[in-house]
Each structure stands twice: as structure tokens, then as C-alpha cells.
Design a protein around this ligand. Sequence first.
Ligand code: SF4
Length: 219
Amino acid sequence: MNLPAAGIESLNALAQALDLGETAAPLLRGLHAFYAEIDAEIAARAAPTSLPCAQGCDACCHESVFVSAPEFLGAAAALLALGPEETRRVVAEMGLLAQRFADELELLEVLSPGAERDEVAARISFRCPLLSTAGTCTIYGSRELNARSFGQTWDELRGEAYGCTLTHARLRVLPAEDGPRLYSAREARRRLVSSVPGAGQVRVYPWWFERYGALLDVR
Ligand code: SF4
């Protein structure tokens, strides 16, 4: 990733603040190696089903998206590469969203996984500031794991696809065994946690940006 010196300094400061190391580069290399591997495995399992999920669809970018610290670092690196103006815009919009959903974000910190937590998370619904006006992800190559698995994987705990209504509709016209043949969304998350340091805790983008966005203020 080509960044000016100030961008690299910001990124290293962010890596330190997130407790991910002195410099961001080694962690980002590991993260992108993981993304390449998991993308290939998810795509290979999804290939026979012709699911509607494809680059350019933003169906999953209008609801709460949970990311871990290294995923946030990866997104921040890609954002910094878009330049200071765009970085400031996204940080400011994410900050406003954090204020708008302050009650929900506070609740997510104390609720255990379950129906109540899911209901609170569902209330955090917004158009992701990282979406372009044309509806494409501006950091596509560095988008979080959930965006990579959403619409193309299977949630064995819920016994249904991890995806939007379009995915569910497509699977309904396929043989019943095709769904469970998809890659497991939970396994993808487990692999991220075991192969990339610091990936255990997930929070929504506005939470991360509100706390750490000031470190990205490159002038
Ligand atoms: S980062 Fe990109 S893929 Fe993820 S929610 Fe935002 S726009 Fe969508």
C-alpha cells in the first residue's frame, strides 16, 4: 500500500494504540494473506451455487458490521490511501454515527451474545460512510471479513445462509444440501482469530472510529 510518510506514521501510531505492534506493516501483511486465502476458499465452495453476491452490491453495507482491531487497521490503511480529505470525511461521519447510536454502543459493551444483543445490534442501521456515492466500497480490497463472507457462507448454528434476502431467495430454489456445502461463516471468523493477532474482539466501525479516528488526521 503506497502511503506518504505521514500516513505511515499515523498507521503505526494506530497499530500501537490498538496494541497490534510497533509498526502496522507486519500485521497488515498477515491480514491480507489471510484474506486472500479465505476469499479463495469461500469462492470455491460458493461457485456451484451462483449466489447473487458480487462486487458492486451494497446490500450488506446498510446495517451494523462488526470488525476486529486488525480488520479496522486494514480498513484505516486503505482509507488513508484515499487521501486526507476523504479520511477526514469518513472519520467525521463515523463520529456522528457513534453519537447517534451512543445508547446502543454502550449496551453492546455489556450484553452477552444472544437475542437481546442481536436486537440492539440490528438497531445500529446506517449507510456505511465507506460506500461511494455510486454504492461501491471505497476500500474494497481491504474490506472486513464479514463483507467477504456475507452472502456466500453458511451459519451452521442458525441452520441458514449468512447473507441477505437475495442469498436466501437463491438458496430456496437450489437443492437443500447446497446451503450447508457453503463455507462456514463461523469457521472463517475462528480462522481469523487464530491466525491474526488481536482479532478476538469485534465492534462496529463507528465505535472504532470514534476512539481512534483522531490518529488518522493527516494534514
Ligand atoms: S467497509 Fe465497504 S464492505 Fe464494509 S460495510 Fe463499509 S462499504 Fe460495505
